[in-house]
Design a protein around this ligand. Structure first.
Ligand SMILES: Nc1ncnc2c1ncn2[C@@H]1O[C@H](COP(=O)(O)OP(=O)(O)OP(=O)(O)O)[C@@H](O)[C@H]1O
Ligand SMILES: [Mg+2]
Length: 216
């Protein structure tokens, strides 16, 4: 069995991983007779599982999302998200500055999903900043019937080419990046009928601005 066959099985909608394990089990008995074939099958399995994972990630990052909406304070959502990123913030010795609206902004959101959207922005910010020199600023404010959330870093910033592509699936400048974090983030924000924009200056930093409708 080769990689092409494995992809064909996956696209045909079969239980791909199970087949792969079957193939592997079969190959284990064959390997006594043919070590080379076993190695090929094993590599094929690893490649196939990886492709399966990449396609699943892409589908998750772009699919229409079902939302479990309820009103919640945006400041609380940001604090919870910072908590989720606490280990990475500590490890990179990032200074966090908060400037929240004092007249609390309530937004109608799917709490878990919107936290994932902000977490993707925050993780990127941490990864863009130099260790022990990073400053992450979070701001919230009301504007008409909207709540504006700004997440700013003083990291390496982006050139025009990167800015054009950063929401595209699989666009990454990182050796181990998947390039799906911001695709997923944009999908979540747009599913909430919100808006996301970016300002960035190379070697100075980046600012993501998210707008969400407020609830009364
Ligand atoms: N705050 C930022 N500062 C500088 N570059 C950024 C920032 N946020 C995103 N980028 C650029 O946008 C690219 C895409 O980001 P995205 O989160 O989609 O993927 P990734 O971080 O590379 O991988 P992953 O799927 O693991 O999140 C990054 O590789 C990086 O080049
Ligand atoms: Mg990312």
């Amino acid at each position: 069995m080769n990689l092409k066959n494995e992809i064909a099985i996956f696209l045909a909608g079969t239980d791909f991983n199970q087949r792969c394990l079957c193939t592997f089990r079969n190959s284990m008995s064959q390997c006594i007779l043919n070590q080379r074939l076993q190695n090929q099958t094993w590599n094929c399995c690893l490649n196939s599982i990886r492709i399966n994972q990449l396609v699943s990630d892409l589908l998750n990052a772009t699919k229409v999302i079902e939302l479990n909406i309820r009103p919640i304070s945006i400041n609380k959502i940001l604090d919870d998200t910072l908590e989720m990123a606490a280990d990475r913030l500590d490890l990179s010795q990032v200074k966090v500055e908060k400037n929240y609206a004092t007249d609390v902004c309530h937004v109608a959101v799917d709490e878990e999903k919107i936290k994932i959207a902000f977490l993707n922005i925050i993780v990127n910010a941490i990864e863009a900043m130099e260790k022990s020199k990073g400053i992450l600023s979070l701001r919230t404010k009301k504007s008409g019937d909207s709540c504006i959330i700004e997440i700013e870093d003083n990291g390496n910033g982006m050139d025009d080419d990167t800015l054009q592509k950063l929401f595209e699936p699989y666009f990454t400048s990182k050796p181990n990046g998947n390039g799906l974090g911001l695709t997923n983030c944009q999908n979540i924000i747009l599913s909430h009928r919100g808006n996301i924009t970016v300002k960035s200056t190379l070697r100075k930093g980046t600012s993501f601005i998210v707008t969400l409708k407020m609830v009364d």
